[in-house]
Design a protein around this ligand. Structure first.
Ligand code: ADP
Ligand code: GLC
Length: 487
């Protein structure tokens, strides 16, 4: 099985969230299971600088507004997986995130940037680009790669099959319909049965309409996106694909997120020897200027600061939690209003609340190892990775029962307990869960330790889910055309 994963980000080269972690770890797990896996990425500066042994494959020439586009083949640092890189300086070589500038504005030419990615993916898979390699499956991640599915469906000489994974329904890649001619797609796809979405063109719909199989990153989110509450207007499109839509739970990279070997933390530990975790906790309190208070529940947040994550609930609950002795350490960046509000909260509760606005991978590891609990109060959460990192680090997750959080965290009150779960998206419900955790930790340390050990011993690695994807590829390979493909 030859698989081409197509995405805008991959750890450690470029990362804005969990997508990068998945695009690094899933292909590596599939390669260990015998699949022949390659990646295709846009040639962002950190990608061009970070890949190894790059050599040219083909000069693509001028397209999508760029005068010079080349396809390179290189190796990923760490895993050594083959990675194709699109070298298109005019489109990709600028500093900022893959999606926009430092000020949070989207790049004005995102349509061309990601149209190029999907177009090359389909041709590469179908043997048009690298005469030495082709793919059986194009696996497109999120809207950035979704056009690949439409081009695969259109390719006259291709028996390639496409799989589209939804990591987040909220980001759809919407552009003005009058930009349609820039896409390079046949005009028959310019309809509601194709890419049109309420008078705009939607990259995500290219995945939803034309992929042979659609996945999302947890079973619960697969159900949720078929409803108006979570579908962001595309729940009808999801429902119309019926059994072609499946939820496969993300795993975690058990080498990168492993307190027994983590070089970023103050002391190493595992489920049998938890003393190191105490050392990490003391080191974190000292580093961040928090009182060396043994009884305080030390709560961590590692998150994009966006409405999705429900952190406004935490802000509202903070006075009550601080008064009850809870300590909070937050690492995050995102919406300026949330950044400002958390900065103010840290001033109001100095010595009890520490806020670091920024993106810092090593600090994320220190927070996970040092905290007692990690809170993820999301309004919606396709999968969520930090609660699983918490489980692995003996840092009990406190989560809202939604999406992948509901699939991975079970309340301490039940027989499978490994954390704390609440239902209502209210500060009161969140505060009650946090205070329940604080009480359990001080009043029943034996149960707390049992919960820690259960989480740490759980198998959260990718092997099982990677195998499920491989089975899905085999099913797709045996399938005929797709609805709407117009073949
Ligand atoms: P999402 O993809 O919606 O942001 P996930 O929980 O799936 O949420 O993944 C978030 C990833 O980004 C995790 O690897 C987390 O550790 C990381 N992360 C988020 N914010 C930061 C930050 N400010 N600094 C370092 N890592 C962060
Ligand atoms: C998205 C989702 C997150 C998920 C990640 C990786 O960014 O918001 O829930 O864990 O993708 O699939």
């Amino acid at each position: 099985m030859r698989v081409l994963h197509v995405a805008a980000e991959v750890y450690p080269l470029v990362k804005t969230g969990g997508l990068a972690d998945v695009v690094a770890a899933l292909p590596a797990a599939q390669a260990r299971q015998g699949a022949e896996v390659r990646l295709l990425l846009p040639g962002l500066p950190s990608v061009m600088d970070g890949v190894q042994h790059a050599r040219p494959v083909i000069d693509i020439g001028s397209c999508f507004g760029a005068l010079r586009v080349r396809l390179l083949l290189a190796r990923m640092p760490g895993t050594g997986l083959p990675v194709y890189v699109l070298d298109a300086p005019y489109l990709y070589r600028r500093t900022g995130s893959p999606y926009g500038n430092h000020g949070g504005e989207e790049w004005p030419d995102n349509l061309q940037r990601f149209a190029l990615l999907g177009w090359v993916a389909a041709h590469l898979a179908a043997d048009d680009a690298d005469l030495k390699w082709r793919a059986d499956i194009v696996h497109a991640h999120d809207w950035h790669a979704a056009l690949a599915c439409a081009h695969v469906a259109d390719h006259p000489a291709s028996d390639v099959r496409s799989v589209f994974t939804i990591h987040n329904m909220a980001f759809q890649g919407l552009f003005p319909l009058h930009d349609w001619p820039l896409l390079g797609l046949a005009s028959r796809h310019m309809s509601p049965a194709g890419l049109e979405f309420h008078g705009q063109l939607s990259f995500m719909k290219a995945g939803l309409q034309y992929a042979h199989r659609i996945t999302t990153v947890s079973p619960t989110y697969a159900h949720e996106i078929a409803t108006a509450e979570f579908g962001f207007g595309l729940d009808g499109a999801i429902r119309s694909r019926g059994a072609d839509v499946v939820g496969i739970l993300n795993g975690i990279d058990a080498d990168v997120w492993n307190p027994a070997i983590d070089p970023a933390i103050a002391a190493r530990y595992d489920d049998a020897r938890l003393e190191g975790k105490r050392a990490c906790r003391e080191a974190l309190q000292a580093e961040l200027g928090l009182a060396a208070d043994d009884d305080a529940l030390l709560l961590a947040v590692i998150s994009r600061l966006s409405a999705q994550k429900g952190l406004d609930l935490l802000l509202a609950a903070l006075p009550q939690l601080a008064a009850a002795g809870v300590q909070l350490v937050l690492l995050g960046t995102g919406e300026p209003s949330l950044e400002a509000a958390f900065r103010m909260a840290s001033e109001a509760h100095a010595g009890r609340v520490h806020v670091h606005i920024g993106y810092d991978e090593a600090r994320a590891h220190r927070l996970l190892a040092g905290a007692d609990a990690i809170v993820v109060p999301s309004r919606f959460e396709p999968c969520g990775l930090t609660q699983m990192y918490g489980l692995r680090y003996g840092t009990l997750p406190i989560v809202r029962r939604v999406g992948g959080l509901a699939d991975t965290v079970h309340d301490a009150g039940g027989t499978q307990g490994n954390g704390f779960v609440f239902d209502e998206a209210t500060p009161t419900a969140l505060a009650a869960a946090v205070l329940r955790a604080a009480r359990l930790r001080t009043q029943d340390p034996k149960t707390w330790r049992m919960l820690q050990q259960r989480g740490m011993a759980a198998d959260l690695a990718w092997a099982g889910s990677a195998r499920r994807y491989l089975q899905l590829y085999r099913d797709a390979a045996g399938s005929a055309g797709v609805p709407g493909a117009g073949r």
